[in-house]
Design a protein around this ligand. Structure first.
Ligand SMILES: Cc1ncc(COP(=O)(O)O)c(C=O)c1O
Length: 375
């Protein structure tokens, strides 16, 4: 049987990883500044992560949500503490799209309405309502187009106000830093205006923190740079450091009802162990602080490179904007310099999403390589 050919692949076959280094089947080492789309948060094969997962697997890997699973409660407590989001309830699922799907569904249940406001260049996943709220017609099939979604330009107050005041809106969904789109951000004023308008119009504010959450932006969640309180927060990616796990944090003001949400795999024992390991390492190695500091260091170094037009993002969720398309540059970085980087919908932006454990030496190594390939 052939694989369904939907991915254009680089010709590299990783066989092992340690921290920010990946080794391929020929023994060649690569510096990983992309973490497989922002997934690797505490580094490849972190010893604590490996040990916790192995230990869990020796005990029990999975049982469904029909029985008590104390690991889920332990995880909810730890997540509440570290994120300073104690006023929320946790529902666990398996991916970012599923998290947003559940978030949008909750918003619709809670408000009894169904239209969604999303933003130009936003990305929220590839499933039903999540893909409909994603600004990319090429991945939106006719079946998804049945959802009612209105796209508004980011930071356009007038356009937003006009839509949010209509009576049928259940949710506004946005990223604190647009990942796939190319690292654009709402201003603090705009994010606060969104939060206020949502309250005023009985609309649920969904913070999509799938990519920007779990410390990547230098605070636990990206929206925390703006001092607002969303109704629902969606999480995934860095949460499991490679183990497929997602979730939503639902504000305590929103009541749960049996059967309202559900999943077979979500919140299983292994997923909880992986997420607990990530939280423990984020805390013990002060990785959120490291993300903040190293982001500043990276930005300082980038501003010294004449070809870089602009440095975008925060913490270790960064983009370098050039006045040319970066596809060839990425190829040179991977094949000649052995460094993994990412692209974005904005083809001029090189995305940098390293593990939050990264150090200055590895950033120096990247900039030396970048200077070489830009010559
Ligand atoms: C902000 C954001 N939301 C949702 C998703 C979808 O996550 P997943 O691929 O785990 O379904 C992504 C994936 O890139 C994302 O960046």
């Amino acid at each position: 049987m052939n694989l369904f050919d939907v991915y254009p692949l680089y010709n590299v076959t990783p066989v092992s990883g340690k921290g920010s280094i990946i080794t391929d089947d020929k023994g060649q080492e690569y510096l990983d500044l992309y973490g497989g789309h922002a997934v690797i948060s505490i580094g490849h094969s972190h010893p604590h992560y490996v040990q916790r997962l192995k230990r869990q697997l020796d005990q029990i890997g999975f049982y469904s949500n029909a029985v008590q699973n104390p690991l889920q409660r332990e995880l909810a407590t730890k997540l509440g503490q570290l994120s300073h989001c104690d006023d929320y309830q946790l529902f666990l699922c398996n991916s970012g799209a599923e998290a947003n799907e559940n978030a949008l569904k909750m918003a619709s249940f809670q408000t009894g309405k169904s239209r969604v406001i999303a933003f130009h260049n936003g990305f929220h996943g590839r499933t039903s309502a999540a893909v409909a709220a994603t600004d990319n017609p090429t991945i939106n099939a006719p079946i998804n187009q049945q959802q009612k979604v209105t796209f508004v330009p980011l930071n356009d107050s007038a356009a937003f106000k006009k839509e949010v005041e209509k009576a049928d809106v259940c949710a506004v969904i946005l990223e604190a830093i647009q990942g796939v789109g190319g690292l654009d951000e709402p201003t603090t004023d705009f994010y606060r205006e969104i939060a206020q308008s949502c309250k005023k119009n009985q609309v649920m504010l969904i913070a999509d923190e799938v990519q920007s959450g779990f410390g990547r932006s230098g605070t636990f969640f990206g929206f925390q740079h703006h001092g607002i309180e969303p109704d629902i927060i969606s999480i995934a990616k860095g949460m499991g450091n490679g183990f497929p796990v997602g979730g939503i944090l639902i504000h305590n003001t929103i009541p749960a009802k049996y059967g309202m949400l559900g999943t077979t795999f979500g919140g299983n024992h292994l997923a909880c162990a992986a997420t607990m390991a990530v939280l423990e390492v984020l805390e013990s190695e002060h990785l959120i602080e490291n993300a903040q500091k190293l982001g500043v260091y990276f930005t300082e170094k980038a501003t010294g490179i004449p070809q870089v037009k602009r440095v975008k993002g925060r913490g270790l969720m960064l983009g370098l904007e050039f006045d040319f398309e970066v596809a060839e540059l990425r190829k040179k970085l991977i094949y000649e310099q052995h460094i993994f980087t990412g692209g974005a919908k904005d083809k001029h932006v090189l995305r940098i999403l390293p593990a939050l454990t990264i150090g200055k030496e590895q950033i120096d190594l990247f900039f030396n390589a970048l200077k070489t390939v830009l010559q």
